[in-house]
Structures are given as C-alpha cells and as structure tokens.
Ligand binder design. Structure first.
Ligand SMILES: Cc1cc2nc3c(=O)[nH]c(=O)nc-3n(C[C@H](O)[C@H](O)[C@H](O)COP(=O)(O)OP(=O)(O)OC[C@H]3O[C@@H](n4cnc5c(N)ncnc54)[C@H](O)[C@@H]3O)c2cc1C
Length: 379
C-alpha cells in the first residue's frame, strides 16, 4: 500500500468496476451482474492465476465489492465464495480440490456458501457441535449438526461447513472444514423469512448423517483455528467493503438530493444541520476504508496476525459508518426517504447486518479490549 495508497492498477480497477455497477444500478439482476462481473475477471481477482484467477489479493477483491456496492448493486456471495472458500481452498486444499473448485469459483460458474453459525452457539463459535465422524469401513465422513443464517445455500453448488471431529467434541474448538454439495443426501435447508430486501436468502441447515468422501475435508483436521481464520479475515475485510459501498451509495443519493431540494430560499444542503452530518458520514466512510486497506494489505502480505486485528477494526468501523450514513441519507430525503422510488429506507435494515455479521460489534470490542488493550476477558 504506502507510499502511494492505491496503485494506478487499483484506481483503474475501481473505475472499471464502477462503470459496470453503474450500468446495472440499484434495480440489478443478481445473476446477470454475477455472470458479467465473472466474465470480466472481477470475481476471481484474488485467486491464483494458475487456477484461472487474477493473481491478486483481498485488496483487489474488496475494491470490486466496494465499487459494486457504491453503485447500488452489491454481490453478497463475493464475501463467501471467492473470499472465504476460494482463499481457504487455495491456501490449504489439496491439488485435486484446487483443480476441482478454483477455476469455477474464479470464473463465477460455481459458487460456494459458508456455514459456521449455529443456533446454540451464535457468537461463541467454540460451542459449535456440528460433528464429523469417520466411517471405519469406508473412510467416509459422516456429518451431523445444525446451522443457521447461512447465505445463498440455494444458489451455491456447495457449502463449506465448519464442524469439529468426533474426538474433539468438547474443549476448545479445533474446527474442520468440509465441502458439502448442495444436493448431498441428508443435507436439508429451510429458508428463513428475513426482513431484508436482498437478492440472497438465508437458510437454516440440518445435516443428518451427511456422508462425504474422505477428500471432502479441506486442509488438515488438526490445523485448527489458523485455517479457519485464513478465511474469516478476508470475510471481515469483505464485509467492510460491503458496508462502505452501501454507505457511499446512500450518501451519494442524499448529497444529490440535498443539492437540489429547496423548501426555503436555498437548497436544504445549505443548512448545516443537513450538510454536517453528511460530511461526518463521508469522513467516517473514508476512515473505515483506510482501515480496510490496511487489513487487506497485511493479509495479502501474509501477516495473518496483524491482519486479524486490522480486519476486526475495519469491519467495526465500516459497520458503524454504514449505519450512520444510511440513517442520515434517509433523514435527508424527508418523506422521500421512505418511497420505493428512492429506495433508501430498505437499506436501514441491510446496513444493520454489517453490525452483526459475520462477527458482531460487541465481539469486536471484546477482542480489542482483551487482545489489543490487555484488559481482562469478560466472557
Ligand atoms: C443477513 C445475514 C447473513 C448471514 N450469513 C451468514 C453466512 O453466510 N454464514 C454464517 O455462518 N453465518 C451467517 N450469518 C450469521 C451471523 O454471522 C451471526 O448472526 C452473527 O455471528 C451473530 O450470531 P447470533 O445471530 O447467534 O447472535 P448472538 O451470538 O446470539 O448475539 C446476540 C447479541 O448479543 C451480543 N453478544 C453475544 N455475546 C456477547 C458478549 N460476550 N459480550 C457482549 N455482547 C455479546 C451480540 O453482539 C449480539 O448483539 C448471517 C447473519 C445475517 C443477519
């Protein structure tokens, strides 16, 4: 990143993705945008070149998602498919797994969802109970458990499921990652009725003795948290990109409106009560982007530990900035903030997701108080 904060290539990527996003706009067709973005190489920009990717990193992938969001057409599955699943397979998968999955994830013809959250564990992922046991006769894995709020399982060819092996049923989490095909026997999904206006849906999953071949396990069953966080840190950076994009989109609509809308002598944007909160929202989004760039830079440079802290902070800052920007945008439009024509009110709900998922604001504050500041752990 420094000395020049963003390279000429990054600026060109930003401009090109922005043009694509602007063509699709707020009323975008998710599938059409996904396949066009994929054809242009944007969805696999972080994946290794030898498997059909762009050879870049999370820095480039986050630029793509931020710019699509800023144009009003974010692709949520980018957070999980190329960023988590693609990264984990590229870093820890076998040669066979890489050949099987990476070219499809890179060219967007295949998608992979990601499932860690469980109803009885929630933020405490150490409590997950999805369990994998070996069939001693065949060497197959048998996976049993429940997941909740998993995005895009219906449109994904498979879901990367986080479980634990039977002999690691209790104690601190030693997560194992399994590729579960969408139509695997015993893999059931139920759509959750969310109050969210989004193209991607969330699902509750039941894994009922799902039989998987030995090579469904990605990476080492003993590698534990290291492997998991190789995927979760990019997820946090990408959620920050998602939030910053949405915040920028809402802010731009509010600024346009405030420049034109005149109910007294001057446009409403001339009143500091309207202008200053918009300026603050812009500053907060810019600051969050700086932290996101730092996190992406550290991750791409191979500093997993440094990236972990920065990715948490970036996700926190971006979630807060997004919520404030959207709230102020809706307010700026007065009654029009609630009309379908302007389409901003539904973003209030969508923006709040970036405060909760994939790790909540409070869990990040817990992490920073404990890990960064050395304060006693409260939980
Ligand atoms: C739209 C959407 C999409 C999602 N997509 C996915 C997906 O694709 N894959 C996936 O695996 N998950 C997904 N999730 C799940 C998401 O990651 C979880 O909702 C999130 O991790 C919080 O878990 P929970 O909902 O169980 O909340 P809980 O853990 O029950 O937390 C509830 C509240 O309590 C607070 N809290 C909990 N513990 C503490 C503590 N120790 N100190 C202070 N406060 C605390 C939390 O901050 C939160 O405000 C998605 C969620 C949403 C809303």
């Amino acid at each position: 990143m420094p000395p020049t904060l963003e390279s000429e290539e990054h600026k060109a990527l930003r401009a090109a993705v922005s043009a694509l996003g602007t063509r699709h706009g707020r009323t975008y067709d998710r599938e059409a945008l996904w396949s066009e973005a994929a054809k242009l190489g944007y969805l696999g920009v972080n994946l290794p070149e030898e498997y059909g990717g762009g050879g870049g990193g999370i820095a480039e992938l986050s630029i793509v998602l931020e710019e699509l969001g800023a144009a009003g057409c974010p692709l949520l599955m980018m957070v999980v498919s190329p960023a988590i699943c693609g990264t984990v397979i590229a870093r820890f998968g076998t040669e066979e797994q890489k050949r099987e999955w990476l070219p499809g994830l890179a060219d967007g013809t295949r998608t992979m969802a990601f499932g860690i959250t469980e109803p009885d564990a929630g933020s405490n992922s150490h409590r997950i109970t999805t369990t994998a046991r070996r069939d001693p006769d065949t060497g197959d894995w048998l996976l049993t458990g429940r997941k909740v709020f998993i995005s895009g399982v219906d449109i994904a060819d498979a879901t990367l499921i986080v479980g634990r092996t039977a002999d690691a049923r209790t104690g601190s989490l030693k997560p194992c990652l399994f590729i579960v095909p969408r139509d695997a026997e015993g893999f059931h999904r139920r759509q959750i009725d969310m109050e969210l206006a989004a193209a991607e849906k969330q699902f509750e999953l039941t894994l009922d003795d799902v039989r998987l071949p030995a090579d469904a396990l990605v990476g080492d069953e003993d590698a534990g948290l290291l492997q998991l966080f190789a995927g979760l840190n990019p997820e946090r950076v990408m959620t920050a990109a998602f939030a910053i994009g949405m915040g920028r989109y809402a802010l731009a609509r509010a600024v346009e409106y405030a420049r034109e809308r005149t109910v007294w002598k001057a446009p409403i944007g001339a009143h500091q009560a309207i202008a200053h909160p918009l300026a603050q929202a812009h500053i907060d989004l810019e600051l969050a982007r700086l932290m996101m760039q730092k996190a992406a830079y550290l991750y791409d440079a191979g500093d997993d530990v440094g990236a972990g802290e920065a990715a948490n902070m970036a996700k926190y800052a971006a979630g807060e900035a997004c919520v404030k920007a959207v709230d102020q945008a809706v307010h700026t439009l007065g009654g029009n903030g609630f009309t379908r024509e302007f389409g901003l009110a539904s973003l209030i709900t969508a923006a709040r997701v970036s405060r909760i998922a994939p790790v909540s604001r409070e869990m990040i504050l817990n992490y920073v108080s404990h890990q960064t500041l050395g304060l006693p752990k409260s939980y």
